[in-house]
Design a protein around this ligand. Structure first.
Ligand code: SF4
Length: 343
């Protein structure tokens, strides 16, 4: 963390006052997090956006997070992100054009509800909304998958195959119920797919997918009295070898609980968050260094450059076409409504 950069950012935040709100995802570095008015996971930050008074929203996270925020803003608000090139590797595994083709194909003979993880581009959310589907996050994937299964004859879950399988298992589905898709037109037309209640896009998060069952076993040998919790973007065998899996907020709650009970913890998720948890409770350890290059593309330098550009009226806000915005917002609103109904 540079004092000079920090001071300059503090100065601009002071100058912009209540017109500015900086939101930061838990996977951001400490150097960035210290400048954020709100931190949270995707769901918490999505809920926060419409409640914020500020007209300038700076979203410290990857591109799809800024887009999701832009979908929920009031007309007087604008969203900016410090690193426009920071895409999520998982989101890039499901392009809008291809998703549209697959959704159209699987919907020809029965009603398949598309359920898109929030880690998708706005064009994908828009397609999902247009086909009466919804968005989900890792915090509410089980609620939303259960909803989608009841809405249609089957569900297409995208793009994270690990989150899909882990969530389906939690709901009592077995491998017989689902199919991880091959995306060729020929494979999608296979009559055997008609038997499946859950069609799964073959994507994953390369950061969480690298954690292996053997690494959990090795950690348990090293710290036999520790509990192990991982993010559900990790492979199913890793989740099975753990004591539990959940969103970043769930993992933070587990670390806070451990602070009170003295329980030792091994956590499997992005390393910036794990390092922060370790700082406030030394008995929390990471299972493996897991850095997301996209999340780390947001730096203090880039945050300062963006704030300077905003101050000089030279920054470009995220913009979405009206058509894209309408259907994508429907998909997000459906998620918020379903979750509010059962809270
Ligand atoms: S950690 Fe994985 S899912 Fe999250 S932004 Fe990085 S690549 Fe995407």
């Amino acid at each position: 963390m540079s004092c000079d950069l920090s001071q300059k950012i503090d100065g601009l935040r002071k100058k912009m006052g209540s017109r500015l709100c900086i939101l930061g995802h838990h996977y951001q570095t400490d150097a960035v997090i210290r400048h954020c008015d709100f931190t949270g996971d995707s769901l918490e930050l999505s809920r926060k956006v419409p409640t914020v008074d500020a007209e300038i929203l700076v979203f410290c996270g990857v591109f799809f997070m800024g887009e999701s925020a832009a979908l929920l803003t009031r007309p007087d608000q604008k969203v900016y992100i410090p690193a426009e090139h920071a895409e999520c590797m998982m989101a890039l595994m499901a392009g809008a054009y291809e998703v549209e083709r697959v959704v159209r194909t699987v919907n020809t003979t029965r009603r398949v509800i598309p359920l898109a993880y929030v880690n998708t581009q706005a064009g994908v959310k828009s397609c999902v909304g247009a086909y009466n589907g919804a968005v989900c996050t890792s915090a509410n994937a089980d609620i939303m998958l259960d909803w989608a299964m009841r809405e249609g004859d089957a569900v297409l879950f995208l793009p994270d195959r690990h989150l899909a399988c882990n969530t389906a298992k939690r709901l009592g589905l077995t491998e017989k119920d689902w199919q991880i898709l091959h995306l060729s037109q020929e494979a999608l037309s296979d009559p055997a797919l008609q038997e499946k209640r859950l069609l799964i896009w073959p994507g994953c998060c390369p950061v969480h997918a690298q954690l292996r069952q053997e690494q959990i076993e090795a950690f348990r040998k090293k710290v036999p009295d520790a509990s192990v919790y991982v993010h559900p973007e990790c492979p199913p065998e890793v989740v099975s070898a753990s004591d539990g899996a959940g969103s970043t907020s769930f993992l933070i709650a587990k670390a806070k609980e451990a602070e009170k009970t003295g329980q030792k913890l091994g956590i499997g998720t992005e390393s910036n968050l794990v390092a922060r948890l370790h700082k406030s409770n030394a008995s929390v350890q990471g299972l493996l260094p897991m850095y997301c290059p996209d999340m780390n593309a947001v730096t203090e330098e880039r945050l300062l450059t963006l704030l300077q550009a905003i101050d000089a009226n030279k920054a470009k806000a995220l913009s979405l076409s009206e058509k894209e915005r309408k259907s994508a917002k429907e998909a997000i609103t459906r998620m918020l409504t379903v979750c509010d109904t059962i809270r």
